[in-house]
Design a protein around this ligand. Structure first.
Ligand SMILES: NC(=O)C1=CN([C@@H]2O[C@H](COP(=O)(O)OP(=O)(O)OC[C@H]3O[C@@H](n4cnc5c(N)ncnc54)[C@H](OP(=O)(O)O)[C@@H]3O)[C@@H](O)[C@H]2O)C=CC1
Ligand SMILES: O=C(O)C1=N[C@H](C(=O)O)C[C@H](O)C1
Length: 247
């Protein structure tokens, strides 16, 4: 029998953190050794082999730097990872070979497929817009998932040599056409009752294609989180997304 993996959770009292603690606790091959939230000593996670971070974009970089310095691998679901931030993490990891960090904009398997399908569809349509919908206590917009999707669509269109999307509209009010992410319009809805949802709308002459994903409960993220926890230490350095663990 193999030893269980010692896991610590950062943001343990938050919406995602609570769910992760339950999932880790219920997994026979994982041991929950630290539940850390705002105001707790990071050092109480020093015994963990893998830390899971679902905190906020304001604090996640400090958490990551500390964990990497301690030689602890980290699975990160927290949003806010620009290319600049990813580069900073790569720099910290370069000084600690053998340490692994996996950052995923979305751990939902359905969400991951929604992004893949969107990347496939991108080159076949003139227009693409993203509508992301979340609970009103979410602190960031646009969502990390929508920004990642926009990047994938932009890359696919660029590779195919797609022309700019048609759009003759003059915005009468700032924000009416959403945010531009890598040339793709992203619209953020926040409403009570929602959890995490996204539609990607493609259009060409005479037809549209809508690819939609709904996380109706945060349990939807747990298979992806646990997969990452179990495998992160086999992937030294920085990994973005859980795609490579599913193929
Ligand atoms: N990748 C994915 O699949 C998913 C990613 N997310 C992302 O995860 C993040 C968290 O979301 P959610 O759980 O809804 O947010 P919550 O606000 O519910 O949870 C965050 C928790 O982190 C705590 N916290 C704040 N600072 C620290 C710190 N320095 N150390 C430890 N804990 C701290 C907060 O405490 P306090 O409230 O006191 O500030 C809070 O309890 C967001 O960025 C969200 O977008 C969410 C769902 C899925
Ligand atoms: O804050 C959330 O809830 C979520 N955040 C992530 C994001 O910003 O994409 C993932 C998922 O959409 C839920």
């Amino acid at each position: 029998m193999t030893d269980s993996i010692r896991v610590g959770v950062l943001g343990a009292r938050g919406r995602m953190g609570l769910e992760v603690c339950k999932a880790v606790d219920a997994a026979g091959d994982l041991e929950l050794v630290a539940m850390i939230d705002q105001g707790d000593e990071l050092f109480s996670g020093a015994d963990a082999q893998v830390l899971v971070d679902f905190t906020s974009p304001d604090v996640v970089m400090d958490n990551l730097r500390w964990a990497i310095e301690q030689g602890i691998s980290v699975v990160v679901g927290t949003t806010g990872f620009t290319e600049e931030r990813l580069e900073q993490v790569r720099g910290w990891l370069a000084a600690r070979p053998g340490v692994s960090v996996l950052i995923a904009p979305n751990f939902g398997i359905g969400a991951l497929l929604m992004m893949r399908f969107s990347a496939i569809a991108a080159k076949y349509f003139e227009s693409a817009e993203i509508i992301e919908q979340h609970h009103p206590r979410k602190f960031d917009a646009p969502s990390g998932t929508s920004q990642h999707t926009a990047r994938l669509i932009a890359e696919a269109r660029a590779a195919a040599g797609s022309p700019p999307m048609p759009d003759a509209t003059k915005e009468e009010l700032d924000g009416a056409r959403g945010a531009l992410v890598d040339g793709v319009r992203v619209h953020s809805v926040r409403a009570a009752g929602l959890v995490a949802h996204q539609e990607v709308l493609f259009g060409s002459a005479g037809e549209t294609l809508t690819i939609r994903h709904d996380s109706l409960d945060r349990v939807s993220f747990m298979p992806g989180v646990l997969l990452a926890v179990r495998n992160v230490r086999k992937l030294p350095g920085l990994t973005v997304g859980i795609d490579s663990l599913l193929d």
